[in-house]
Design a protein around this ligand. Structure first.
Ligand code: DGJ
Length: 553
């Protein structure tokens, strides 16, 4: 038995945090490429890279096909070896359960599931067809072959739940005491591609019968937080009746979400009954497009109310963010008070500034670039496609510098306990060039434009991301307030100015500015900055500064 409560989600200062070994924990994480964690030998150098990048956690697939190659016979040797590797390096793991779904397909189901189409039916996006072409985009006249398991397959759901429960049983036996695995993602990017809902005879029969009354009532009672489109459909429909009558044009997607979420919840519940680690569900974003063109039924933010009703065993819905609109997506996923957990994001040159920003601004539980071992290398064709290379912002077209990510990662990893303690308070803030534009001065004078500012009450910190000293325009700055006269700054590619926020003592002077680094949690001061270095406080490179100051009349 561990001396600690098992990892769990709790409220700290009104904000959701992940508790690990009874303390708030920030996952400064990375997700590996899909196939890497199938080979512990291959993983050796991936762990090394993660450590160089300052990560404290890896997100690692564990696949149904590998742990249950024959029905009922389990092999946990690979996840066990991964846990051993993590322990040697004092790292944590979030396992990603690739079961019935992986990117809305069934590629990780074991052969005995794939081959038995009677027990484990496929989703029909064309009536009567187990596999059908799906249009990839309205503008590309190519159809991609598509098949996945049906979300109405009760036996499939039970088999998946049984395998997942067996995996969680292994985790409990092998890891409950050491708590290396701190959360589990249930399935990967669930939903249906090619149609907004399944169209088998069974699906049609369910769709044209009564919507469960408790669900219809729940949706009406929770319309406040919904997007306009879903709210209008819910409030404009009938209180009871079939899916179309109750949910109008959104009925197909809500039907899919209802069944996918119930399925995932059954799997999660079976696992939690054995070992109740926090459980997450990630999603392929809808990007404002038509249902069916993204995995429909997965936890895109507009159907979160459906998931709330159907999947109480899922603790956090997680966006996989490759789109340029990073802040918009984070805002969407936090607007209902949920914690921000980003299991996948891009490795272009906003990767490091976004790490600072999500920790400092959103007090995120997890930030995790996907395929992080690519950091510092030219983009592959897949990355180019994923990151949307038609964008005009050069930062989105440039790979993240390895050295910069590593420098910021190391600073945050050392400071993590301090930062996590400040979660839920306004003592921890951040701004970035990407997310916080300069406010133009009403006169139009560019020299009087107002830079992004963090307000800590007694003092304010402004960040200057553009200008002759920092021409690159992808900077970020995080500030942790210690008292009214002391703070830590972590930043890159920005200049800084401090001012008093106290109207009775409007003048502020610096007392000391130290640059330095942390080693094993202890501050090792480097240069004491003064003179030119504080007249123009510029962080040209990733830096951490300890500042003391005072305000006077
Ligand atoms: C999103 C998926 O969740 C990942 O497993 C991976 O396939 C990435 N896309 C990109 O390749």
């Amino acid at each position: 038995m561990s001396k600690h409560t098992i990892p769990h989600i709790a409220k700290q200062n009104g904000h959701l945090v992940l508790m690990v070994e009874d303390k708030p924990f920030i996952l400064l994480a990375g997700e590996v490429h899909n196939s890497d964690s199938s080979s512990p030998a291959y993983m050796e150098h991936i762990w090394e890279i993660a450590d160089h990048l300052g990560m404290n956690t890896l997100l690692l697939p564990v696949t149904w096909e590998m742990i249950e190659p024959e029905e009922g016979s389990f092999d946990f040797s690979v996840p066990q070896a991964l846990i051993d590797q993590a322990r040697e390096r004092a790292m944590k793991i979030v396992f990603l359960w690739f079961g019935s779904w992986k990117n809305a397909e069934c590629m990780y189901a074991p052969a005995w599931v794939k081959q038995d189409l009677r027990r484990f039916p496929r989703a029909q996006i064309v009536k009567g067809k187990n596999k059908a072409g799906r249009q990839v985009s309205p503008t590309i006249p190519v159809k991609m072959p598509y098949t996945t398991l049906s979300y109405l397959g009760t036996e499939t759901m039970q088999a998946d739940a049984k395998a997942f429960a067996a995996f969680m049983g292994f985790l409990k036996d092998y890891d409950e005491e050491r708590q290396t695995a701190i959360a589990v993602q249930v399935e990967n990017e669930t939903g249906l591609l090619g149609a907004a809902r399944e169209v088998s005879d069974e699906a049609d029969a369910l769709f044209t019968s009564e919507v469960p009354v408790d669900f219809a009532a729940y949706m009406r009672a929770h319309s406040d937080s919904m997007t306009d489109e879903i709210r209008a459909a819910v409030l404009g429909g009938r209180e009871c009746g079939n899916w179309r009558e109750v949910f109008g044009e959104t009925a197909d997607e809500l039907f899919s979400a209802y069944h996918v979420a119930k399925y995932v919840n059954t799997v999660a519940a079976a696992g939690k009954a054995v070992y109740p680690l926090p459980m997450t569900a990630n999603c392929w974003l809808d990007k404002g497009s038509e249902s069916g063109s993204y995995p429909t039924g997965g936890p895109v933010s507009k159907v979160c109310e459906v998931w709330d009703f159907c999947a109480p065993n899922i603790d956090v819905y997680c966006p996989d963010i490759y789109v340029p609109q990073f802040k918009e997506v984070c805002d969407e996923y936090t607007r209902r008070g949920g914690a921000l957990f980003i299991p996948e994001c891009a490795t272009h040159s906003y990767a490091a500034p976004r790490l600072l920003y999500t920790v400092g601004h959103y007090h995120a539980i997890c930030y995790s670039p996907f395929g992080f071992d690519d950091i510092g290398h030219p983009f592959s064709a897949q990355q180019g496609f994923l990151f949307g290379m038609d964008v005009s912002d050069p930062a989105l077209k440039t790979p993240q510098s390895f050295e910069e990510y590593a420098a910021i990662g190391h600073i945050l990893r050392e400071m993590m306990p301090m930062l996590a303690q400040a979660y839920g308070t306004n003592c921890l803030q951040a701004v970035s060039a990407e997310t916080d534009p300069v406010t133009p001065h009403p006169s139009g004078n560019p020299f009087m434009a107002i830079p992004p500012m963090m307000d800590f009450g007694a003092f304010r910190v402004s960040a200057h991301f553009q200008g002759p000293m920092n021409p690159r325009g992808d900077g970020a700055l995080l500030c942790l307030k210690i008292s009214d006269a002391e703070c830590w700054l972590v930043g890159n590619a920005c200049s800084i100015s401090l001012s008093s926020g106290d109207p009775d003592r409007p003048n502020l002077d610096l007392l000391s500015v130290e640059e330095g680094s942390f080693e094993n949690g202890a501050w090792r001061p480097g240069r004491r900055l003064n003179g030119d270095e504080t007249a123009q406080m510029n962080m040209a490179n990733p830096s951490v500064w300890h500042m003391k100051f005072f305000a006077y009349k």
